[in-house]
Design a protein around this ligand. Structure first.
Ligand SMILES: [Zn+2]
Length: 496
């Protein structure tokens, strides 16, 4: 990923000289400089840039310079300067760049190169740019996954080591833990602030921040002063923790209990956690034994000392509840909330394979040379003990023979027959596709898979090895036709 909108790079480098083919949009505000004559690529980039430029101008205010150029580089660098971004050739040819680096680098024209960063108070511009581009431009469903990933990357990389505050973040370099602070945590702090004041006021504050500080240095607190003025909300305590201190909210810091005698719901909370998010809405959903559900309105009071619950009329007995199932709070996660991904299997020392194809076992042993693979072909007696920690691979012919697995597949809308399978409402032929899906039943991680005939079993397995961060993937002869994560909402059961 390319990135350095700000920082030392721009001081060292003032202009780029290249022998390039130049392409421009009709008003010459947007330019693309390519090393080779590739009009189609230039057209695609210009058209995407135009769309983003219009959106950002509408959202934040007029673009601060006369033009913006994307320049291809022979070296795999990525820099953003005022008026220009310099992108490595290989990266520039990946189609995903149109949705990732390109809008990110353009948005730095507002955050970093339009409003400058006062580095003595922390580099806020990466968080703002991530919030507006990488996160802000995707669908709501993808946003939920993005938030979960931001929290996970912080927990994996930053929370364990010597953590710095947002006010101490300067730039990430190649450091994953610094990225988890200056990009992921910063973005999530903005998500929480947006939840606190509402989308409309938040958007207005961004616009006003840009209008007021264009061509001037600014810090996080300049933005929060504007947000406070527009919303009437006091962000002092919020800033003290999220900008100047380190850490994350604990998991399950609010708990619900059901009191049988009085037929009442009682909420208890960790006071320390509440003080970090005064006035914050706490998303909760109640699920009843008759399968109906109800949103519960819980809010931290303005002082950050207690929680307020809206009065409830319960018509049925509650069975369990979800707390922050959309990951709108920057909080620690329960083990069950983290999606099951293939990486669990790829890093395992032992796997069990349920199949009656001994050729498959051979292919698997070559694909995973450091893993011990045991083989079970007793197809009529498949009763795995799900209460033990283990990883089992089940070929698609056997998946429906195990009741628990068959139930999971139905829940996820996955149907497997001899010649077809369907996933996410799409049909694929089993002949020329392969699919892999992973999930958990109690302590056991299960991977169900089917391999097409157009490539060797080994080839499919090797290709699957590139999708460690996914819960499911459908491969065709050249690439992935579908891939993603299964998110499991974590159920908190009431005890009676
Ligand atoms: Zn950036």
């Amino acid at each position: 990923m390319i990135d350095t909108a700000t920082g030392k790079a721009e001081e060292e480098l003032d202009f780029v000289i290249c022998q390039c083919h130049k392409y421009s949009n009709p008003d010459h505000r947007l330019n693309v400089y390519l090393l080779n004559d590739e009009p189609e690529l230039a057209k695609t980039i210009l058209s995407a840039l135009q769309t983003y430029l219009e959106k950002f101008e509408a959202d934040y205010g007029v673009y601060p310079y006369d033009q913006f150029s994307v320049v291809e580089s022979t070296e795999e660098v990525g820099f953003a300067f005022p008026k220009m971004t310099w992108i490595g050739s290989q990266l520039l040819h990946f189609p995903f760049i149109l949705q990732t680096s390109l809008p990110h680098e353009l948005l730095h024209s507002w955050w970093g190169n339009g409003v400058f960063v006062d580095y003595t108070k922390g580099n806020w511009c990466e968080g703002f740019t991530t919030f507006g581009a990488d996160y802000g431009l995707i669908s709501d469903a993808d946003k939920k996954i993005y938030r979960l990933k931001a929290i996970t990357s912080y927990l994996d990389y930053a929370h364990t080591g010597k953590e710095i505050s947002l006010s101490q973040f300067i730039s990430r370099g190649e450091d994953r833990s610094l990225q988890a602070i200056g990009y992921d945590k910063s973005m999530m702090v903005l998500v929480m602030a947006e939840q606190r004041v509402g989308e409309k006021i938040f958007k207005l504050a961004l616009k006003e921040f840009y209008g007021k500080f264009r061509y001037r240095k600014a810090a996080y607190q300049d933005f929060f002063s504007i947000l406070s003025l527009l919303s009437g909300v006091d962000f002092t305590a919020f800033q003290n923790f999220w900008l100047y201190s380190v850490g994350i909210l604990p998991k399950d810091f609010v708990q619900l209990d059901w009191q049988n005698q009085s037929n009442q719901l009682v909420a208890t909370a960790e006071k320390m956690a509440l003080s970090k998010i005064p006035g914050q809405y706490l998303p909760m959903q109640l699920q009843f034994t008759d399968h109906s559900s109800q949103i519960l309105y819980l809010k931290v009071n303005a002082e950050g000392t207690d929680i307020q619950m809206s009065p409830l009329k319960l018509t049925s007995q509650p069975e369990f509840y979800f707390f922050d199932q959309d990951f709108l709070l920057f909080r620690d996660l329960n083990e069950n909330e983290k999606p099951v991904t293939f990486s669990t299997a790829f890093s395992a020392t032992e796997l069990k394979l349920f199949s009656n194809d001994s050729e498959l076992l051979k292919a698997m042993e070559i694909a995973f040379p450091s893993t011990k693979i045991s083989f079970t072909d007793d197809t009529f007696n498949l009763k795995p003990d799900f209460s033990i920690r283990q990883i089992i691979l089940v070929d698609s012919n056997h998946a429906n023979l195990i009741a628990e697995i068959s139930t999971f597949l139905k829940e996820k809308n996955i149907f497997i027959s001899d010649d077809h399978f369907s996933l996410s409402d799409k049909n694929f032929s089993t002949k020329d596709h392969s699919f892999f899906t992973s999930f958990k039943i109690q302590q056991t991680t299960i991977i169900v898979f089917g391999l097409g005939l157009t490539q060797t079993q080994l080839r499919w397995l090797q290709r699957w090895g590139h999708y460690g961060a996914k819960s499911y993937v459908v491969l065709n002869s050249t690439g992935a036709e579908a891939q993603g994560l299964w998110l499991e909402a974590y159920k908190h059961y009431f005890t009676f």
